[in-house]
Design a protein around this ligand. Structure first.
Ligand code: G5P
Ligand code: MG
Length: 222
């Protein structure tokens, strides 16, 4: 069995974690595991976890640690080479410590995007819920307005993308997730990227990953 590369991607809501992750997945073949997508799929199924999580998500609060830890660690058991990219987890210092007890993370990629840019992006975000494919009316609009490029199915806006939830999510990020950035800085695995545009940040992310994992020829699935 080949080796497994373990990465996490950290950044404020709307900083481009999902957008960058889908590029990493298609070029480097890492399995992209988004905690938000996992939760939204539980909500869509109407599961007990989904019903519990929805109350927190819609208000912009974090879902309790124990719920997230159970959900994510179970998924990680299944993943083989070339490895994984965790998007949206860990989001509290406690989650980072529990993850660290189970899996040693090779790289923590951190996106720093100014908050005014984020607020303007999020209001134009549309999503294909079943796949997690992300669109933006100005940055990457769908080919047909309101429809997913691959399936032609309807796009939706996230319930937590309403302005009052976005402000709460930014506050929660500053209070709870910045300590996670410090956690990886102390471990010596933090790599930081600053900018207003994903297309300017991306070449630096790609260059870094090329230096640590070989590119795979992968189909761009989502
Ligand atoms: P999520 O789903 O993890 P957030 O809040 O961390 O949600 P989000 O909103 O998914 O992060 P993102 O993935 O960082 O943002 O950003 P994105 O979707 O790629 O890009 C945002 C928009 O900008 C898109 O429309 C994209 O097309 C566009 N865009 C990208 N780049 C550019 C650019 O250069 N220019 C322009 N103009 N546009 C661009 O978590 C949701 C909730 O789940 C719970 C919490 O309640 C959380 O609030 N949760 C957890 N709770 C506890 N612990 C955890 N670990 C949890 N994980 C999730
Ligand atoms: Mg996302």
């Amino acid at each position: 069995m080949g080796s497994i590369f373990r990465a996490v991607i950290i950044g404020a809501p709307g900083s481009g974690k999902g957008t960058v992750s889908s590029r990493i997945k298609s070029i480097f073949g890492l399995k992209h595991l988004s905690s938000g997508d996992l939760l939204r799929s539980q909500i869509m199924k109407g599961s007990e976890v989904g019903q519990e999580a929805k109350k927190y998500i819609d208000e912009g609060h974090l879902v309790p640690n124990h719920v997230m830890i159970e959900l994510i660690l179970k998924e990680l058991e299944e993943i083989g080479p070339p490895g994984y990219l965790l998007d949206g987890f860990p989001r509290t210092q406690y989650q980072a410590e529990i993850l660290n007890d189970e899996h040693l993370i090779d790289a923590a990629l951190c996106l720093h995007v100014p908050f005014d840019e984020i607020v303007s992006r999020i209001k134009d975000r549309w999503l294909h819920l079943p796949s997690g494919r992300i669109y933006n009316l100005s940055f990457n609009p769908p080919k047909v307005p309101g429809r997913d490029d691959v399936t032609g199915e309807e796009l939706v806006q996230r319930d937590d993308d309403k302005p009052e939830s976005v402000l709460k999510r930014l506050e929660v990020y500053a209070a709870n997730t910045r300590p996670v950035v410090d956690f990886y800085r102390q471990k010596g695995t933090l790599i930081e990227f600053h900018g207003r545009e994903t297309n300017k940040i991306w070449p630096h992310v790609e260059k870094f990953l090329e230096s640590v994992i070989p590119p795979q020829s992968q189909k761009n699935e989502s």
